[in-house]
Design a protein around this ligand. Structure first.
Ligand code: ZN
Length: 752
């Protein structure tokens, strides 16, 4: 048997260093290129990546994983094993992902606790499962033609069912048959190693841990007992395996990956020890030592200690990443503006490859790399640019534990009613208005330097004025300035706060062709000057109605950034919280009476393990409350949540102690209302217009949703608003939809 490579990675960014895949996908969808051209572009990108990885040192056979889905790895696997029918057809695949005239797309949701989103297979008991090995054989063949023995990649059967809707376990035996068929085909094609990811063993999904462990045993003892199959490399990224760990040890897979990243060991420090005990020496162990989802230079000395603590002989252990590198940008080489002091502290995908090789070579073999790592660790710890004692002291002086805005909601509510004098069922929007071509162009020109600061500000003010006038004319009650100055809300605040570094090219795939450029929290966070006041104050000067100030909350800013690894998340959250509290004070001074603090990512950071959730919710709530802690009683604090189902954490949402909460609800047909009943005592705006779709909701439809809401929420506490901001929509839909909101509200109020 070919031995497992000494140095490897779990996966590499698929989108392309210059986002080639994104461009090819979007050109194909728009009909600008045909299927043939698309396929050859995607193929060239894959082969280039293999060549690139070989140049970076992955020279051993099977060191390079072929984790090469065109849209999503779960969809790709589901199609290959036939859990979702679609075969090899490109348009079928994209129809599942994006919908078309005849079908709605598959639902999309977060992949473990990352910002990547996968497509959720819809499955049912008794359905047919027919493997399509051609999909993966093509990948193997094209790699072979280019001179590479790559490791075909699939999500494993247990994880695939655990992530499907519903998790229909009765399908497991026939699904295992399909995997067996794919394995046999790969073996026949001469493949010696296949990589199968089973991260279901690290998370508390809808299926309990103990059951996951027993399905794992059932599926894998069967698969591993098959005659015709390649060697199996089973992987467990995104955390530590608990109940399933002994099972993984007993299965007898040829190679097993465990996630030993600093992040995982912080939550479960005894993990290396448990791995050492549970995994027999016959199983080749692959230590996922290099963090696949953060951007910090590894402490090679400390990583070596973890490696040594596994007690393995050199030929029975390899070094890899903790997860696929799909969660980090390609390379630091594409960055020109990272401060020279900070650059050595960072390692993107390509830089991590060098770290893996250094760990394999050890200090004797890679002295320079170890010395560099030592320097990075030391200079980062000692840096006076990122450590700001004023910020640390300020946060240390805060009261510990839960903080509470005074007076309590009921009292504030009275003052705010008087101050604002809003009508019954007040109407507002969530903040952003359509980002027009003119605004995008102005922003691009400003970035390029062809539009001066003054001209850019002027362009923004023209836009704000139009947005205010439109809202006045339509008759909304609490207005917004439209957020024309923000492209991405988190990027916007990160650029204005100290303690963040933003990248030029650090694109990371979020889903399909969608990429984001997460900022990096490098140190203590503070606010050198006001960030949003100029725009809000200008907007307020144009209207007698209240204009809502618009901030992104601490949890969301953190969730959508690369986080520090030298302090707990709660520390950064507190720091961002007080920085935003200063912004609240400045907005109040500028005459703003209503301030929204968006926390769409509150649910996203919820830990994978149920045991860890209470502690998370505690610091998340605290950070949010710090922002509004010293707001005047008369200032109405709103919050907004979207992107996930909040039923599970509705009490935590109520615990934010906002005066008004808007929550996405239209798409789920207001399912949320059941949960709201018992828990919510403040005002609430369940979204009544699904802004993810280009449809214009009719007034009757909206009125229906409002009447449904009134069965759960008293009239005086209900707000009328869309599900989320309007920035991705066009005015052609926004204008009539807003008018329908007003008509619906008026009609419902009439009938009260
Ligand atoms: Zn939203």
């Amino acid at each position: 048997m070919t031995t497992f490579p000494k140095a490897t990675i779990e996966g590499y960014p698929r989108i392309g260093a210059n986002r080639e895949l994104k461009r090819a996908l979007e050109s194909y969808w728009a009909g600008r290129i045909d299927a043939e051209t698309f396929r050859s572009t995607a193929r060239a990108l894959r082969v280039n990546n293999y060549n690139h990885l070989r140049d970076l040192g992955l020279t051993e056979d099977y060191a390079i994983p072929a984790d090469v889905a065109l849209y999503d790895q779960v969809l790709d696997t589901a199609l290959t094993v036939g859990l979702v029918p679609g075969g090899v057809d490109l348009d079928e695949e994209f129809a599942l992902a994006r919908g078309n005239d005849t079908r709605v797309p598959l639902e999309m949701t977060k992949w473990f606790d990352t910002n990547y989103h996968y497509l959720v297979p819809e499955i049912e008991a008794g359905q047919e499962i027919k493997a399509v090995p051609e999909r993966i054989l093509r990948i193997v063949e094209e790699a072979a033609e280019a001179g590479h023995k790559v490791r075909p990649f699939l999500v494993g059967p247990v994880t695939l069912i655990a992530l499907s809707k519903p998790a229909e376990w009765s399908l497991l035996p026939s699904l295992v048959e399909a995997y067996a068929e794919v394995f046999a085909a790969l073996k026949d094609a001469g493949v010696e190693w296949v990589q199968i990811a089973e991260p279901a063993v690290v998370a508390d999904l809808s299926t309990p841990d103990a059951e996951i462990a027993s399905y794992l045993r059932e599926a894998w003892s069967d698969l591993l007992g098959r005659e015709t199959r390649p060697n199996v490399y089973l992987t467990t990224p995104y955390g530590s395996a608990r109940e399933a760990l002994p099972v993984l040890g007993e299965l007898g897979v040829e190679a097993l990956h465990v996630d030993l990243s600093p992040w995982t060991l912080e939550a479960d420090s005894g993990y290396p020890e448990r791995v050492r005990e549970a995994i027999p020496s016959e199983t080749h162990l692959v230590a996922g030592l290099i963090d696949g989802r953060n951007v910090w230079t590894a402490n090679l000395r400390e990583r070596t200690e973890v490696l040594e603590s596994l007690g393995r002989s050199a030929d029975s252990v390899s070094v890899s990443t903790s997860t696929s590198l799909q969660h980090v940008p390609h390379t630091l080489k594409a960055e020109r503006n990272i401060p020279v002091e900070v650059a050595p502290w960072l390692a993107f995908a390509d830089e991590k490859l060098a770290e893996i090789q250094a760990l394999v070579a050890g200090e004797e073999g890679a002295g320079e790399a170890f010395a560099q790592s030592d320097r990075a660790v030391r200079t980062r710890a000692e840096s006076t640019t990122i450590h700001n004692s004023a910020v640390v002291d300020r946060v240390a002086a805060l009261p510990e534990g839960a903080v509470k805005r005074e007076p309590a909601f009921e009292e504030r509510n009275k003052v705010q009613r008087e101050e604002l004098g809003l009508p019954t069922l007040p109407i507002t929007t969530i903040g952003s208005f359509p980002q027009t071509t003119e605004i995008r162009k102005a922003r691009a020109d400003h970035r390029e330097g062809t539009l001066s600061d003054a001209e850019y500000n002027e362009a923004l003010k023209v836009e704000i004025k139009q947005v205010i006038e439109l809202q006045e004319e339509i008759g909304l009650d609490v207005l917004v300035h439209g957020e024309a100055e923000r492209n991405d809300m988190v990027q916007y605040f990160a650029e204005l706060l100290d303690g963040f570094v933003v990248t030029e090219n650090g694109w990371v795939q979020s889903y399909g062709s969608r990429c984001t450029r997460p900022p990096i929290v490098v140190g203590d966070v503070s606010r050198p000057e006001a960030m949003s006041v100029e725009w809000s104050a200008y907007a307020q000067s144009l209207s007698d109605k209240p204009v809502k100030g618009m901030l992104t909350g601490p949890v969301t800013i953190l969730a959508w950034s690369f986080k520090r690894d030298d302090v707990p998340l709660s520390v950064s959250a507190d720091q961002i919280g007080v920085a935003l509290a200063d912004e609240v004070a400045d907005l109040e001074k500028a005459g703003i009476k209503v301030i929204q603090i968006d926390e769409p990512a509150l649910r996203e950071l919820l830990p994978l393990r149920a045991d860890d959730r209470a502690a998370y919710l505690e610091w998340a709530q605290r950070a949010f409350r710090l922002v509004s802690l010293n707001a005047k009683p008369a200032t109405q604090i709103h919050t907004h949540l979207c992107y996930s189902e909040f039923g599970q954490i509705i009490e935590a949402v109520a615990g934010l102690d906002a005066d008004v909460t808007s929550i996405e609800a239209a798409r789920s047909k207001m399912e949320l209302l059941e949960d709201i009943d018992e828990t919510f005592h403040s005002e609430i705006g369940p979204g009544v217009w699904d802004i993810h779709s280009p449809r214009v909701p009719s007034a009757e439809e909206i009125a229906g949703l409002l009447r449904a809401a009134l069965n759960h929420v008293p009239t005086e506490r209900l707000w009328v608003n869309p599900d989320c901001g309007l920035k991705t929509r066009g005015y052609a839909e926004v204008d009539p939809s807003l008018r329908n909101l007003v008509a619906a509200r008026d009609e419902v109020v009439e009938g009260l």
